[in-house]
Write a protein that binds this ligand. Sequence first.
Ligand code: AMP
Length: 216
Amino acid sequence: MKVIILLGAPGSGKGVTGKKVAPDSGYIHISTGDMLREAVESETAVGREVASFMMHGELVPDDIMARIVEDRLDCRDRNDSYMLDGFPRTVAQADLLEEGLVRRHGEILYVFFFDAPREVLIERLSGRRLCRKCGTNYHIVNMLSKREGVCDVCGGELYQRSDDREATIENRLEVYNQQTESLISLYEKQDLLVRIDSSRTVELIAEDILKVLKNG
Ligand code: AMP
């Protein structure tokens, strides 16, 4: 099992880039944020457990995350190569992943660190809109839909994630600084970290990642 990790603050572009890169990369894109939002939306047992953490921009507890990710990695896909977007987010989750990979004879090949200044993160998060039906990303300034409030791809309704409101954004960035940022040096020490300037367009970020995956 081969794993690459997309690491970065909320709004750094991990999700959009992951969805763009995955089809050409041979890696299966797994976004823990998307998985959790689906669980909340469908009101599953896990969804009910995690809803309040997500609403307030807090991290879901590590034991719940471990269960979700372990289950996902065990639905073995043919090529067994995964792009983890938004996991791990704590040192405990990084340890759990490491143990899980040892058991599965797997390894982390690269950790792409999406590096962008705070102003860019806030601007992206506060203007982000998503399609309720197909999940396509828009932005009220940088990436408008042709018709206001309507998805270009499927005609679905555009909405703002409840955790993309101003007060929650501040908390999510604080949580990132407190609980996730230390993973940068952890993976740097393991010589796995590839720093990407993610203040640029998704096309340029995707290009950089594909280049690394192709040439090493
Ligand atoms: P994201 O879509 O990656 O911004 O994630 C949205 C929310 O899901 C986060 O603010 C957390 O509440 C939760 N979440 C996603 N991934 C994780 C994780 N690895 N650990 C804990 N909580 C997570």
